[in-house]
Write a protein that binds this ligand. Structure first.
Ligand SMILES: Cc1cc2nc3c(=O)[nH]c(=O)nc-3n(C[C@H](O)[C@H](O)[C@H](O)COP(=O)(O)OP(=O)(O)OC[C@H]3O[C@@H](n4cnc5c(N)ncnc54)[C@H](O)[C@@H]3O)c2cc1C
Ligand code: SF4
Length: 476
């Protein structure tokens, strides 16, 4: 064991520096700074090099975390990058936006008495350092296989699948209905969590690798049908994500000024490219009293975006309490630092307004019931209501899949009871021969790291299926 490790007793956990709340309210830049080399080495050396590393077990990609922490502590940074990038297609992105407190870091064994190793920040450091040193290169194939795969959707699932198949020698075409690649990395997640040049830098490397992108090209709904793709390519991977916002069925839900989180965030991200979305004023929080409904990370992204846009005040309304909200605690803390207010245990009953638009939200105070056998506490109304003034109400209650078989006219594409595409457990093959699927369109709204995992594993499944089919064809 290297002398440098097991320093958690002497070296305290130090998080990456965070910009002051006052400063970050003014812009959309990332709020955390990266580690400097000495800090990354020091923080890596806190790892206890467990025999069974629970951090790796709880990383969806099974990253060899203790190995790259040790290599970083020893200043063997190129090797650290090679090990880190062997299991993760986009480590610089996961290092920034994985909810580490629920995944790797949340399972670090030293955190019981000492705080966890700052795994995400070190992962980000390793990859940023690799970019600076020119070690991140496109993995061009040694030979071409003469087989092609069409990928629908350029979010993390589609891109991870594309990268892996291309490195094996497939001709890979990615079809994307938006004008930029990245899916929610580009148009969903705000820049204060993930600056867009980070995604664009990856896009460039993927292009250099030989992946062919067809942007502003919607499959199924537009000119090109899924059947067209099936005839063009040896296999198709569907990674179209989930975009239909969950509705809220209360009076006034159709008033102007009541908008969906995804529309609000997409407009904001487009503005970051100096574009001026058509609905600019309708989807802008400047000088407005904003109410965001929901308690997940998307709600927090809306709250914090509104603050940066210059909202008069921002209130997040959630029907449970702080302890029972689904979003990350850290994100709530960051939002509070930036000036957001929270109405816990409050559920909207009515959006109040007139022809000019929404003016207020009537909320009912809720209470939590006693825990049931499983420990879960349900909520019930108290009957007490309050009126909260608002000029803009953002619904952030989660996402559902669009009805793909119906809108794409593909009745043979089986879906689950939740509307996600149906694949066998742990598999990627849909009910349509030669058509595979992964990411949110299979899992439902999930995480970037799971989408990357699906993209990589689906590439392996497609490769297995095509090389088997190919060998059979050759034998015939
Ligand atoms: C606001 C918000 C914040 C989030 N923050 C985080 C976070 O901090 N950390 C985290 O881990 N996860 C976060 N997530 C979740 C994460 O972004 C998703 O789980 C992940 O992006 C899913 O990847 P995907 O590739 O399956 O789908 P997506 O990223 O949704 O990509 C799907 C792509 O398919 C394209 N597409 C759809 N239909 C068609 C079609 N017919 N033809 C062509 N292209 C099509 C879409 O335009 C899109 O580009 C967040 C999600 C949201 C909404
Ligand atoms: S990919 Fe995510 S869960 Fe895995 S080590 Fe990196 S930050 Fe942790």
């Amino acid at each position: 064991m290297a002398k440098r490790m097991l320093k958690f007793v002497t070296h305290p956990q130090i998080l990456p520096e965070k910009r002051s709340a006052e400063e970050r309210r003014q812009d959309f830049g990332e709020i955390y700074q990266g580690f400097a080399l000495s800090r990354a080495e020091e923080q890596s050396s806190r790892c206890s090099q467990c025999g069974i590393p629970f951090c790796s077990v709880h990383c969806p990609l099974g990253n060899d975390i203790p190995d790259w922490l040790k290599l970083t502590a020893e200043n063997r940074l190129q090797e650290a990058y090679e090990i880190s990038s062997a299991t993760n297609t986009f480590p610089e992105i996961c290092g920034r936006i994985c909810p580490q407190d629920r995944l790797c870091e949340g399972n670090c064994v030293i955190q019981k008495d000492f705080k966890s190793v700052t795994i995400g920040a070190v992962e980000r450091f390793i990859t940023e350092n690799a970019f600076e040193n020119g070690w991140v290169e496109p993995r061009t194939p040694l030979h071409e296989l003469g087989l092609s795969v069409g990928i629908v959707g350029s979010g993390p699932a589609g891109l991870a699948c594309a990268e892996r198949l291309r490195s094996r020698g497939y001709e890979v075409h990615v079809y994307e209905r938006q004008d930029r690649v990245g899916g929610l990395l580009t148009y969903g997640i705000p820049s204060f969590k993930l600056e867009k040049h980070v995604v664009a830098r990856r896009h460039k490397i993927l292009e250099e690798q030989g992946i062919i992108f067809h942007l502003s090209t919607a499959i199924g709904e537009g000119d090109i049908s899924l059947n067209d793709l099936r005839t063009r390519h040896n296999a198709v991977f569907l990674a179209t994500g989930v975009y239909r916002s969950r509705a809220i069925d209360v009076p006034g839900a159709n008033l102007s000024g009541v908008v969906d989180a995804i529309d609000f965030l997409m407009a904001s991200n487009r503005r970051g490219y100096n574009e001026d979305p058509k609905e600019d004023t309708a989807l802008h929080a400047k000088d407005r009293r904003v109410i965001v409904i929901g308690g997940g990370d998307t709600a927090m992204d809306c709250v914090r975006t509104s603050i940066r846009q210059g909202a008069k005040e921002v209130v997040c309304v959630y029907r449970r309490d702080r302890e029972n909200m689904p979003g990350s605690r850290q994100e709530v803390y960051n939002a509070e630092e930036e000036g957001a207010q929270f109405e816990w245990l409050a559920a909207p009953e009515e959006f109040v307004g007139d022809a000019q638009g929404v003016k207020a939200v009537r909320v009912q105070k809720m209470r939590l019931s006693a825990p049931d056998m499983s420990g879960r506490r349900s909520i019930e109304g108290t009957g007490e209501t309050t009126l909260l003034e608002a000029d803009l109400v953002i619904r952030a209650l989660g996402f559902e899949p669009e009805n793909i078989p119906e809108i794409w006219n593909q009745p043979d594409l089986a879906v689950t009871q939740w509307g996600t595409l149906s694949v066998p457990p742990g598999g990627f093959q849909t009910s349509a021969p030669g058509v595979f699927a992964g990411g949110d369109i299979v899992r439902g709204a999930s995480l970037v790291v799971w989408a990357i995992k699906d993209g990589r594993d689906a590439a392996d499944a497609i490769h297995k299926s095509l090389t088997k089919d190919h060998m059979l064809e050759a034998a015939e």
